[in-house]
Write a protein that binds this ligand. Sequence first.
Ligand SMILES: NC(=O)c1ccc[n+]([C@@H]2O[C@H](COP(=O)([O-])OP(=O)(O)OC[C@H]3O[C@@H](n4cnc5c(N)ncnc54)[C@H](OP(=O)(O)O)[C@@H]3O)[C@@H](O)[C@H]2O)c1
Length: 288
Amino acid sequence: MKKILVIGQDGMLGGELYERLCNSGKYEVYKTTIETLDICNKEAVINEVKNINPYYIINCAAYTNVDGCETNFEVANAVNGVAVGNIAEAANLVDATLIQISTDYIFDGKLPIEDAYTEDMQANPVSAYGKTKYLGEKNASKANKYYILRTAWLYGLGGKNFVKTMLKLSQTKSEITVVNDQHGSPTSTTSLCEIIEQILEKEPEYGIYHSTNEGFTVWSDFTKKIFEFANISTKVIPISSKEYKQMYPNSSDRPTNSKLLKNKLHSIGIYPKNWEDALNEYLKEELK
Ligand SMILES: NC(=O)c1ccc[n+]([C@@H]2O[C@H](COP(=O)([O-])OP(=O)(O)OC[C@H]3O[C@@H](n4cnc5c(N)ncnc54)[C@H](OP(=O)(O)O)[C@@H]3O)[C@@H](O)[C@H]2O)c1
């Protein structure tokens, strides 16, 4: 049985992924959490990886507070950027394949709205979070065998996320203002786990794969869909990013267009669910 090490099992994606991989019965699955392994500690990372000697290392650990990265850049960069180099180095020592989870926020979002980014387009992050994750990509690519899976607008049962925030706000508000000019793909952790599991099975050519649910939307329409599926009457008031920034001046800049094209994923026979179907499935579980 192939051994898999899931780093960051205490996170939203890591938790679900670890459980699914264990339940699949196909792998011998190991985990680390922030309590058991600080990925910024290079020696500890190398020792852990040498001890387990995994076939795959999946790094789900990250500093994911996008606005927080602006004020805590050093810490965020150490975790999202530099530490990925520790994991890549450790992977090379045991000839493991590294799977690094990255983000649509490595792009500047200036592409015309009718277009979407391919994997080989130039990254140019506009936020501190994007910059740290882009360094993480560069460091992940130092592994001899690696997959970088760029996902976006992630939500799942086991963590804080946009969908949960909207559900919570709707309990006390009759109206919510949400940005209407940032385009991307909401992605459920379940769909991302399905993509990862197929990558593990298929072992396609190494490199970068855009890994989101299918279809594109804007945050305000995403919120309307959440409320529609959850039977919530709270009204969504669409506002521009500029208006949002005036309300929250310390918030991070985010790309206007972060639509990721998935032709490369399709070319290896992986077809993620549409974002609306994935959201509906998630809400059925979340609201049980
Ligand atoms: N969430 C999104 O919308 C989104 C969008 C695109 C891409 N992504 C990427 O998807 C991946 C999974 O995201 P997620 O939302 O599941 O993240 P998450 O829930 O925030 O989980 C990340 C985990 O990493 C841990 N961690 C932080 N610093 C660490 C360190 N030095 N050593 C070890 N562990 C550390 C965190 O612990 P603490 O919580 O205790 O700090 C947390 O448990 C990340 O790579 C993220 O960048 C996320």
